[in-house]
Design a protein around this ligand. Structure first.
Ligand code: PGA
Length: 257
């Protein structure tokens, strides 16, 4: 199914998190741009907000796409200190936003409800959400992974227009215990959750379940990417640490193509 579905063309997204300097960011983006010839995947970079303008200008004319690491639930301007609206992001060429990353959920306490509002605001403002879901280590160990994933998905799925929103969304399954820890999920563990996500969505809408792009994230690197991306329900990756080094990121992109 994967190979026949154009909507599920592999995507490799770099989440730079809170890293970089002006000089370092220019070096990274120029290296990525010049190394992508012949690699046939969609590539997205999500720099820290302060570098979005700089990276956007540097990416002009390139096929590398630009994303933000979060987005405000309020689509227009307003009294939301520290936030960025969809309108601001799109003005700078940003067409994607990571939403509900585990660091936002667990360090900053963003709730399922807020995350769902952010997904809705992104879609309304022509920004594609990269909607992140994933269980904590203790949830995996006590056997509640599927329950946690279902609850996180349902926060969007059960909105009045939830199915419509998810048809405009890319999902990222990121087990929290695998993020930045060097402990990646095995390809089989990741595939099992990706298949569960599709089966959960299929109960509401089969076309959505078959067509939605689901990335895997959590310590993906040049050595493990190919096996992960070879699994039938994995459509690419959300890459943290390995997206900060040109050669590592290009190797991951190559593995997806
Ligand atoms: P990691 O981060 O690749 O450094 O584990 C992934 C992520 O947090 O998106």
């Amino acid at each position: 199914m994967k190979g026949n579905n154009d909507m599920r063309r592999p995507l490799v997204a770099g989440n730079w998190k809170m890293n970089g300097t002006q000089e370092g960011v220019i070096e990274l983006i120029d290296g990525i741009k010049s190394g992508l010839d012949g690699i046939n995947v969609e590539v997205l970079v999500c720099p820290p907000a302060i570098f979005i303008g700089l990276v956007g200008a540097r990416l002009e004319g390139s096929k590398v796409k630009l994303g933000a690491q979060n987005i405000c639930q309020q689509p227009e301007s307003g009294a939301f200190t520290g936030e960025l609206s969809a309108a601001m992001l799109t003005e700078f060429g940003c067409r994607y936003a990571i939403i509900g990353h585990s660091e936002r959920r667990h360090v900053y306490g963003e709730s399922d409800k807020l995350i769902a509002e952010r997904v809705a605001a992104a879609v309304a403002g022509n920004v594609t959400p990269i909607f992140c879901i994933g269980e904590l280590l203790e949830e995996r160990e006590n056997g509640t992974t599927e329950q946690v994933i279902a609850q996180q998905l349902d926060a969007v799925l059960n909105l009045d227009n939830g199915i419509v929103l998810l048809k405009e969304t890319v999902l990222a399954y990121e087990p929290v215990w695998a993020i930045g820890t060097g402990k990646t999920a095995s390809p089989e563990q990741a595939q099992a959750v990706h298949a569960f996500i599709r089966s959960h969505l299929a109960k509401q809408d089969e076309a959505l379940a078959a067509g939605i792009k689901i990335l895997y994230g959590g310590s993906v690197n040049a050595a493990n990417a190919e096996k992960l991306f070879g699994m039938p329900d994995i459509d690419g990756g959300l890459i943290g640490g390995a997206s900060l080094k040109v050669n590592d990121f290009l190797a991951v992109c190559k593995a997806a193509g």
